[in-house]
Design a protein around this ligand. Structure first.
Ligand SMILES: C[C@@H](O)[C@H](N)C(=O)N[C@H]1[C@@H](O)[C@H](n2cnc3c(N)ncnc32)O[C@@H]1CO
Length: 143
Protein backbone atom coordinates (compact mmCIF):
# COMPACT_ATOMS: atom_id res chain seq x y z
CA UNK A 1 0.00 0.00 0.00
CA UNK A 2 1.31 3.46 -0.91
CA UNK A 3 0.08 6.36 1.18
CA UNK A 4 0.52 10.13 1.25
CA UNK A 5 -0.19 11.85 4.60
CA UNK A 6 -1.20 15.52 4.51
CA UNK A 7 -1.89 17.37 7.78
CA UNK A 8 -4.62 19.78 6.72
CA UNK A 9 -6.18 22.77 8.46
CA UNK A 10 -9.24 22.03 6.30
CA UNK A 11 -10.16 19.23 3.88
CA UNK A 12 -13.42 18.86 1.96
CA UNK A 13 -14.39 16.21 -0.59
CA UNK A 14 -17.29 16.30 -3.04
CA UNK A 15 -18.39 13.07 -4.73
CA UNK A 16 -18.81 13.30 -8.51
CA UNK A 17 -19.39 10.51 -11.03
CA UNK A 18 -19.05 6.78 -10.32
CA UNK A 19 -15.67 5.46 -11.43
CA UNK A 20 -15.99 1.76 -10.59
CA UNK A 21 -18.70 -0.94 -10.36
CA UNK A 22 -17.47 -1.56 -6.81
CA UNK A 23 -18.38 1.47 -4.72
CA UNK A 24 -19.58 2.79 -1.34
CA UNK A 25 -22.46 5.17 -0.61
CA UNK A 26 -21.67 8.55 -2.33
CA UNK A 27 -21.19 10.67 0.82
CA UNK A 28 -19.33 14.00 0.55
CA UNK A 29 -17.79 15.54 3.65
CA UNK A 30 -15.25 17.78 5.37
CA UNK A 31 -12.82 17.69 8.26
CA UNK A 32 -10.73 20.29 10.14
CA UNK A 33 -7.28 19.79 11.63
CA UNK A 34 -7.22 16.44 9.83
CA UNK A 35 -4.52 13.97 8.93
CA UNK A 36 -5.64 13.07 5.40
CA UNK A 37 -4.49 9.63 4.23
CA UNK A 38 -4.42 9.38 0.43
CA UNK A 39 -4.23 5.57 0.15
CA UNK A 40 -3.50 3.39 -2.88
CA UNK A 41 -4.01 -0.37 -2.34
CA UNK A 42 -1.47 -2.37 -4.34
CA UNK A 43 -1.42 -5.84 -5.85
CA UNK A 44 -0.36 -8.24 -3.06
CA UNK A 45 -2.02 -6.22 -0.26
CA UNK A 46 -4.42 -8.29 1.85
CA UNK A 47 -7.15 -7.38 4.40
CA UNK A 48 -5.07 -9.13 7.08
CA UNK A 49 -5.42 -7.90 10.69
CA UNK A 50 -1.67 -7.75 11.33
CA UNK A 51 -0.95 -5.86 8.10
CA UNK A 52 -3.73 -3.35 8.80
CA UNK A 53 -2.71 -2.84 12.43
CA UNK A 54 0.85 -2.04 11.27
CA UNK A 55 -0.52 0.69 8.99
CA UNK A 56 -3.07 1.98 11.51
CA UNK A 57 -0.35 2.24 14.19
CA UNK A 58 1.76 4.47 11.94
CA UNK A 59 -1.24 6.62 10.94
CA UNK A 60 -2.24 7.18 14.58
CA UNK A 61 1.37 7.79 15.63
CA UNK A 62 1.69 10.60 13.06
CA UNK A 63 -1.79 11.96 13.88
CA UNK A 64 -0.79 12.22 17.55
CA UNK A 65 2.60 13.76 16.71
CA UNK A 66 0.96 16.56 14.65
CA UNK A 67 -1.95 16.86 17.12
CA UNK A 68 -4.58 16.19 14.44
CA UNK A 69 -8.12 16.05 15.85
CA UNK A 70 -9.40 13.88 12.97
CA UNK A 71 -8.23 11.36 10.37
CA UNK A 72 -9.63 10.91 6.84
CA UNK A 73 -9.03 7.67 4.92
CA UNK A 74 -9.18 8.75 1.27
CA UNK A 75 -9.22 6.00 -1.42
CA UNK A 76 -6.81 7.25 -4.09
CA UNK A 77 -5.83 5.13 -7.10
CA UNK A 78 -2.90 7.31 -8.23
CA UNK A 79 0.15 6.55 -6.08
CA UNK A 80 1.19 3.24 -7.69
CA UNK A 81 1.19 1.51 -11.06
CA UNK A 82 0.52 -1.88 -9.38
CA UNK A 83 -3.12 -1.40 -8.34
CA UNK A 84 -5.05 -4.06 -6.44
CA UNK A 85 -8.38 -5.05 -7.99
CA UNK A 86 -11.26 -2.79 -6.82
CA UNK A 87 -12.98 -5.57 -4.83
CA UNK A 88 -9.83 -6.24 -2.76
CA UNK A 89 -8.92 -2.54 -2.50
CA UNK A 90 -12.34 -1.61 -1.12
CA UNK A 91 -12.18 -4.39 1.48
CA UNK A 92 -8.66 -3.43 2.60
CA UNK A 93 -9.61 0.25 2.98
CA UNK A 94 -12.88 -0.46 4.80
CA UNK A 95 -11.05 -2.72 7.27
CA UNK A 96 -8.25 -0.15 7.71
CA UNK A 97 -10.92 2.45 8.51
CA UNK A 98 -12.42 0.14 11.17
CA UNK A 99 -9.02 -0.51 12.80
CA UNK A 100 -8.09 3.20 12.86
CA UNK A 101 -11.55 4.13 14.21
CA UNK A 102 -11.23 1.55 17.00
CA UNK A 103 -7.85 2.93 18.12
CA UNK A 104 -7.91 6.73 17.51
CA UNK A 105 -9.36 9.09 20.15
CA UNK A 106 -10.67 11.64 17.60
CA UNK A 107 -13.04 11.59 14.64
CA UNK A 108 -12.26 9.16 11.78
CA UNK A 109 -13.84 9.60 8.34
CA UNK A 110 -13.63 7.58 5.13
CA UNK A 111 -14.27 9.13 1.73
CA UNK A 112 -16.31 6.79 -0.49
CA UNK A 113 -14.55 4.22 -2.64
CA UNK A 114 -15.27 4.02 -6.37
CA UNK A 115 -15.94 7.60 -7.40
CA UNK A 116 -14.38 10.59 -9.05
CA UNK A 117 -14.18 13.20 -6.30
CA UNK A 118 -13.41 16.90 -6.15
CA UNK A 119 -11.47 17.97 -3.07
CA UNK A 120 -10.11 21.11 -1.43
CA UNK A 121 -7.20 20.94 0.97
CA UNK A 122 -5.31 23.53 3.04
CA UNK A 123 -2.05 21.95 4.12
CA UNK A 124 -0.51 23.40 7.31
CA UNK A 125 2.97 23.35 5.75
CA UNK A 126 4.91 22.49 8.96
CA UNK A 127 7.79 19.96 8.65
CA UNK A 128 5.60 16.90 9.39
CA UNK A 129 2.62 18.00 7.29
CA UNK A 130 3.60 16.02 4.15
CA UNK A 131 4.80 12.41 4.52
CA UNK A 132 4.67 9.32 2.27
CA UNK A 133 4.90 5.63 3.19
CA UNK A 134 4.98 2.22 1.49
CA UNK A 135 3.64 -0.78 3.42
CA UNK A 136 4.12 -4.42 2.36
CA UNK A 137 2.42 -7.42 4.01
CA UNK A 138 4.94 -9.47 6.07
CA UNK A 139 6.47 -12.21 3.97
CA UNK A 140 4.31 -11.31 1.01
CA UNK A 141 5.72 -12.64 -2.23
CA UNK A 142 6.93 -9.50 -4.02
CA UNK A 143 6.41 -10.11 -7.75
C1 LIG B 1 -10.38 9.13 -9.60
C2 LIG B 1 -10.01 9.98 -8.44
O1 LIG B 1 -10.68 11.19 -8.51
C3 LIG B 1 -10.42 9.34 -7.12
N1 LIG B 1 -9.73 10.03 -6.03
C4 LIG B 1 -10.05 7.87 -7.10
O2 LIG B 1 -8.88 7.54 -6.95
N2 LIG B 1 -11.08 7.04 -7.23
C5 LIG B 1 -10.84 5.60 -7.22
C6 LIG B 1 -10.91 5.04 -5.82
O3 LIG B 1 -11.98 5.62 -5.08
C7 LIG B 1 -11.24 3.59 -6.08
N3 LIG B 1 -10.08 2.70 -6.28
C8 LIG B 1 -9.98 1.79 -7.27
N4 LIG B 1 -8.86 1.05 -7.12
C9 LIG B 1 -8.23 1.52 -6.01
C10 LIG B 1 -7.03 1.16 -5.35
N5 LIG B 1 -6.25 0.15 -5.80
N6 LIG B 1 -6.66 1.85 -4.24
C11 LIG B 1 -7.44 2.88 -3.80
N7 LIG B 1 -8.60 3.27 -4.38
C12 LIG B 1 -8.99 2.59 -5.47
O4 LIG B 1 -12.03 3.58 -7.29
C13 LIG B 1 -11.94 4.84 -7.93
C14 LIG B 1 -11.68 4.62 -9.41
O5 LIG B 1 -10.40 4.06 -9.59
Amino acid sequence: MRVLYIHAERFTWDVKDPASDIRDEPISGKANNALVIFATVERGDIPDEGFLRQIARDIIDVANKVKASSIVIYPYAHLSSELARPYVAREVLNKLYEVVKSEFHGEVYKAPFGYYKAFEIKCFGHPLSELSRSFKPEGAKVE
